[in-house]
Unconditional design. Structure first.
Length: 49
Protein backbone atom coordinates (compact mmCIF):
# COMPACT_ATOMS: atom_id res chain seq x y z
CA UNK A 1 0.00 0.00 0.00
CA UNK A 2 1.44 3.33 -1.06
CA UNK A 3 1.21 6.16 1.50
CA UNK A 4 -0.74 9.25 0.50
CA UNK A 5 0.73 12.67 1.17
CA UNK A 6 -1.51 15.62 1.96
CA UNK A 7 -1.33 19.03 3.57
CA UNK A 8 -2.46 19.21 7.19
CA UNK A 9 -3.12 22.46 9.01
CA UNK A 10 -2.84 22.25 12.81
CA UNK A 11 -3.41 24.77 15.56
CA UNK A 12 -0.09 25.83 17.14
CA UNK A 13 -0.78 24.03 20.44
CA UNK A 14 -1.54 20.73 18.66
CA UNK A 15 1.60 21.09 16.51
CA UNK A 16 3.71 21.70 19.62
CA UNK A 17 2.18 18.65 21.35
CA UNK A 18 2.83 16.40 18.32
CA UNK A 19 6.40 17.70 18.10
CA UNK A 20 7.02 17.00 21.81
CA UNK A 21 5.42 13.55 21.70
CA UNK A 22 7.40 12.61 18.59
CA UNK A 23 10.67 13.64 20.26
CA UNK A 24 9.77 11.77 23.45
CA UNK A 25 8.89 8.60 21.50
CA UNK A 26 11.83 8.90 19.06
CA UNK A 27 9.50 9.11 16.04
CA UNK A 28 8.97 11.53 13.22
CA UNK A 29 6.01 13.84 13.59
CA UNK A 30 4.28 12.00 10.75
CA UNK A 31 4.77 8.66 12.48
CA UNK A 32 3.45 10.12 15.73
CA UNK A 33 0.29 11.33 13.99
CA UNK A 34 -0.21 7.89 12.42
CA UNK A 35 0.18 6.19 15.82
CA UNK A 36 -2.38 8.57 17.37
CA UNK A 37 -4.85 7.97 14.56
CA UNK A 38 -4.42 4.18 14.66
CA UNK A 39 -4.96 4.15 18.44
CA UNK A 40 -8.20 6.09 17.92
CA UNK A 41 -9.23 3.72 15.13
CA UNK A 42 -8.60 0.73 17.42
CA UNK A 43 -10.62 2.29 20.27
CA UNK A 44 -13.55 3.00 18.01
CA UNK A 45 -13.44 -0.54 16.59
CA UNK A 46 -13.81 -2.00 20.11
CA UNK A 47 -17.35 -3.07 21.01
CA UNK A 48 -19.02 -0.69 23.46
CA UNK A 49 -19.83 -2.12 26.91
Amino acid sequence: MKPIQFKLILPPDVKAWIEAQAAKNLRSQSAEIVVCLRERMDREAQPQT
